[in-house]
Design a protein around this ligand. Sequence first.
Ligand SMILES: Cc1ncc(COP(=O)(O)O)c(C=O)c1O
Length: 450
Amino acid sequence: MEQRVPSARSSRSSAGPAILRLNEPCMGGTRAVQARAQSRHEGSPHPEGSLASHLRLCPRLRPKGCIFAVRAEPPPAGKRRSRAMSLSRRDLITASALLLAGPAGALRAADQGAAAGGKPIVLCWNENPYGPSPAARLAVSRAIADGCRYPDDDEVDALEGALAAHEKIDADSIVTGTGSGELLRALGLLYGGDGAEIICAAPTYEELPKYAALRGAALKPVPVDAQLRHDLPAMAGAVTERTRAIYLCNPNNPTGTALPAAAVRAFVAALPEHVVTIVDEAYMDFTVGEDLGSVADLVQGKRRVVVLRTFSKIHGMAGLRFGYAITRPDLAETLEDARMTTPNIYAVRAARASLDDKAFLADTRRRILASRTRITTELGRLGLKFAEPQGNFVFFDTGMPLERFTSLMQARNILVGRLFPPFATWCRITIGTEPEVASFLTALRALKAA
Ligand SMILES: Cc1ncc(COP(=O)(O)O)c(C=O)c1O
């Protein structure tokens, strides 16, 4: 979406942008990114998964060069202003700095989008509109010229090492993926065969169960409890000798609820040894509560546990596609062999940079949590029920058939989450930028008043 990222052009001088041309051809790299733009999670195609939308690359990419729309310093008086100039690597870094805006840029862009009135406010995919982080943006812009290369083994090793240090685990327990979605699919295919049973919550994130079903697995969905949490006793009760894997999405998408880490540990400890527990912690960075947290350390024990993480949420890199699994080294090897692809060079470099951009991560979390409270406060004031949100989204009862709510919101240019049966009147709303949240709440108040 144009409105999701800062426009270098719009924040610059009225003289308009100069065109800076790179020395090195970069179409190959850009194509590689576009080719790798994954189908959007939950099945539908990503409308604009290209790197260009994140970096504010000019859409007019030409065969022999890549064009950035940025402001150049005014030419010395008396000299003719040239619209095209050569850009060295050093210049590229300088130019890249102009592309960095982080959360402030996202807010400015959201304001401009709202003012323009044209583009929809997209609150349906659980994306983080503040990303990628300034450090990740810079890393990607620097990597453009290397788009003709495969990621270097050394840099992949370095990234895995950094992830391992972050997780306080050995590097041979890390498996990288083109988003954690790829790893979920691979796990579904790995464990879904041979008449396997797969247990999961209902509703939950469907990627793994869907792929397990493709291999012929019998799915055993266990309805969430009255608080819309995983019903762990019922899930344990569903285990048979044919159960190959249990998928725990914690916090759960779409309900947003989280299980205490101690409850997950006790659950895993009580499972028979033939069952693999797959814990999807895509939204763990947004949880609040001392009893909530990762169980990644469980992979160091004898139990067969796989924990999944993504850079699509707190890191705001959904379009760049990077995630990883943490598991026992023997399972890591099996999972690595089951991957269909390996992460692209932009994702590898952006992930490495984003991991260290602590200021961005803290700021993003603070903003999203503040907006989450703002939404739940308003839902409470309007008398609308909601599940306790622990992710970057809120699941709430609209009080009307979801289809009607969706179209009323759409009429106000706001896109909200789809139906999650059996919750026919409930809606999942992604926490966007502050102006986007304000627009959503204004629309919600208007609908309730009507
Ligand atoms: C619970 C959960 N796990 C995994 C993913 C996939 O994330 P990725 O973008 O890393 O493929 C999503 C995406 O929305 C999700 O909601």
